[in-house]
Design a binder for this molecule. Sequence first.
Ligand SMILES: Cc1ncc(COP(=O)(O)O)c(C=O)c1O
Length: 375
Amino acid sequence: MKLFDVYPINDITIAKAAGAQVWDDKGTQYLDLYGGHAVISIGHTHPHYVQRLSEQLSKVGFYSNSIRIPLQQELAEKLGQVSGREDYQLFLCNSGAEANENALKLASFHNGKKKIIAFRKAFHGRTSLAVAATDNPKIVAPVNETDNVVFLPWEDETALEAAFQQHAVSSVIIEGIQGVGGINVASPAFLQKIRRLCDAHNAVFIADAVQCGYGRSGKFFSHDHAGVSADIYTMAKGMGNGFPVGGIIIAPHIQPSYGLLGTTFGGNHLACAAALAVLEVIAQEQLIQNAATLGQYLMDQLRTLPNIKEVRGRGLMIGIELPEELNQVRKELLFRHKIFTGEARPNVIRLLPSLALTKAQADQFLVAFKTELTK
Ligand SMILES: Cc1ncc(COP(=O)(O)O)c(C=O)c1O
């Protein structure tokens, strides 16, 4: 049987990984500033993570949500503390798309309305509603098309106000920093405006924190930089450091009832052990602080380099926009300098490393990058 060929891949097989380093099957070492697409939050194969998952696996790996799973409550408490949202409620699922799907659905259950406001260049995932709220017609199948999603220009307060006048809005979904869209940081003023309009119109503010959350921006949620709370936060990528786990946290005024949401795998023992290990390491090693400090250092240094159009981001979620003539730089970084980075179109290099990146590793990248920019 062949694989269903949907991914354009680099011809590299990773055989070993530790921290922000990976090695291919020939023993070549790489610096990983991509983190498997913003997933590796605490570093590859972190010893505490490996130990907690291994110990859990040898006890019980999975049982369904039909029995008590104390690890879920432990995770909810820890997540409440670290995120500063102790009065929120946790629903666990398996991926970012699923988290957004559940959030959009829950908002509609809650207020009985249908219209969703999303933004240009947004990416929210590939399940039915999540993809309908994603601004990329190429990945929306005919069956996913719906009139229930209204796309607005990014950061356009007038358009936002008009949309609230025109439609019975159920929810507004927004990434605090657009990832796939090219690292566009939502301004505090815009997020505050969304909060006010949602309050005034009984709409649900959904913060998509799948990529920009979990400490990556230098605060637990990048939306926290605006000083307002969303009604639902969606999370995935960094949450399990590679173990598939996603979740939504839900403000106290949104009430659950039996059967409203559900999943077979979500919240299983192994997923909870992985998510707990991540939060423990984030706290122990002060990784949110490290993301803030090192991210600022990287951005300050990058802004001194020549031939860059723009540097955008917060913490360790950084976009470097390059002119068209430098569209080979990312490939050179990978194949000449052995450094993985991410990309966004048209010509943005995305840095999404582990939050435990060191200054020496940041400097290694800066030296290599400067060479490519000036050669
Ligand atoms: C902001 C955002 N939301 C949702 C998703 C979808 O997550 P997943 O691929 O886990 O379904 C992604 C994935 O890249 C994302 O970046």
